[in-house]
Design a protein around this ligand. Structure first.
Ligand code: SF4
Length: 357
């Protein structure tokens, strides 16, 4: 029977059991583990210190199919956007975002997305499939390599804020975050890993009940149900009241605060009334707020809030006791908005656009 499972779905214990089952000494399990998780082996042939017979047996039972870097775009502000090609020919995106204090990787959890938020280029791709945990980790490996290449130091933070809704790929999101924080791998503190969700109340409850150790951010973008539902259809099944209950449960259970991501869309959600609604909602959840400058997408229909209006919005929040920071948009001279590179590369989408013309 042909192999159909990537070896990197196996836990360390499963690798040890497999190694024993194939008649190899226990230290071979450690070597194999290091090849697939630390040394970035791209093929069985790369694992030069493993016996050929062992590699051959492994290749009969398992696949090894890491992401390949298909395109890299560097912005004048240091942002590096990567298009990765999956083994089945799709494109997902990962971004290196350098700031004076951090080197952050923004990574994807799905190919495309089913949630169709109107301001987002990824939402136009539709969901093609979930990424496997190893494919999520591959993005971190590659962006970490770029951080070392361009900045002489590894990543300091990871955000699951690229393509896809991580809580709709729950098991692989948790498994990849565990891998990234494992002592025998990147060893990154879970406090430096943030999973950002569009807001699925029952999955937020599950995260809390499962003892997830990473940070949680909610893509809020409007603190008013009617307005939020216009740009995020997910709000119809997960309204602000349900999300508030889930987030309160999360903060009570984990002892950690949550962050609201709020993209400022000119004339849509950046008025004084929007700020007042946001103050009330954020106060109820004890959330801090990241105000994000919008990176307009083609035909998205939204514009970027003027910097002085963004500052006035921030000051209103701060006067009311809400911790609020402005996140400047990055990589304006490249296709930096989430999903733009994939939109350009995705054959299925291109074909769909051609048919629509
Ligand atoms: S913003 Fe996030 S959840 Fe919404 S369509 Fe884009 S990728 Fe999906």
């Amino acid at each position: 029977m042909a192999a159909d499972t990537d070896i990197r779905v196996l836990s360390r214990q499963e690798i040890e059991a497999l190694t024993a089952e194939l008649g190899e000494k226990p230290y071979r399990a450690r070597q194999l583990w290091e090849w697939i998780w630390k040394k970035g082996a791209r093929s069985w042939d790369d694992m030069s210190d493993l016996p050929k017979t062992f590699r051959s047996l492994l290749s009969e039972r398992f696949l090894l199919r890491p992401l390949a870097l298909a395109e890299e775009q560097r912005s004048s502000d240091g942002t590096v956007k990567c298009a990765f090609r999956t083994w089945d020919g799709h494109i997902v995106e990962g971004v290196l975002i350098p700031t004076p204090t951090r080197l952050t990787a923004c990574i994807s959890s799905q190919i495309g997305c089913s949630l169709t938020c109107s301001f987002c280029a990824t939402g136009r791709l539709k969901r093609i499939r979930n990424l496997e945990a190893a494919e999520i980790v591959d993005q971190v490996v590659e962006v970490d390599r770029l951080a070392r290449k361009y900045h002489d130091q590894g990543l300091t933070n990871i955000v699951y804020m690229g393509m896809g809704e991580p809580l709709l790929n729950y098991a692989n999101t948790l498994r990849s975050a565990e891998r990234i924080s494992a002592e025998d791998w990147l060893g990154m503190s879970p406090r430096r890993i943030t999973v950002s969700t569009a807001g699925i109340a029952k999955m937020i409850l599950k995260l809390a009940n499962d003892g997830a150790r990473f940070e949680l951010a909610l893509s809020l973008h409007a603190a008013n149900d009617a307005k939020r539902a216009r740009i995020m259809p997910i709000n119809e099944q997960n309204d602000l009241a349900a999300l508030k209950d889930a987030l309160r449960h999360f903060t009570r259970t984990t002892g950690r605060p949550v962050t609201f991501e709020y993209i400022l869309l000119r004339g849509f959600n950046d008025t004084l009334q929007d700020a007042q609604e946001l103050v009330r909602y954020a106060s109820d959840v004890h959330a801090k707020v990241n105000l994000i400058e919008y990176n307009p997408i083609d035909a998205g229909g939204f514009g970027r809030t003027e910097p002085r209006d963004a500052e006035a919005f921030q000051q209103h929040l701060q006067r009311k006791g809400i911790v609020a920071r402005i996140r400047r948009s990055r990589g304006r001279d490249i296709d930096a908005a989430c999903g733009q590179l994939a939109n350009k590369n995705e054959p299925a989408l291109k074909e769909g656009e051609r048919l629509l013309k």
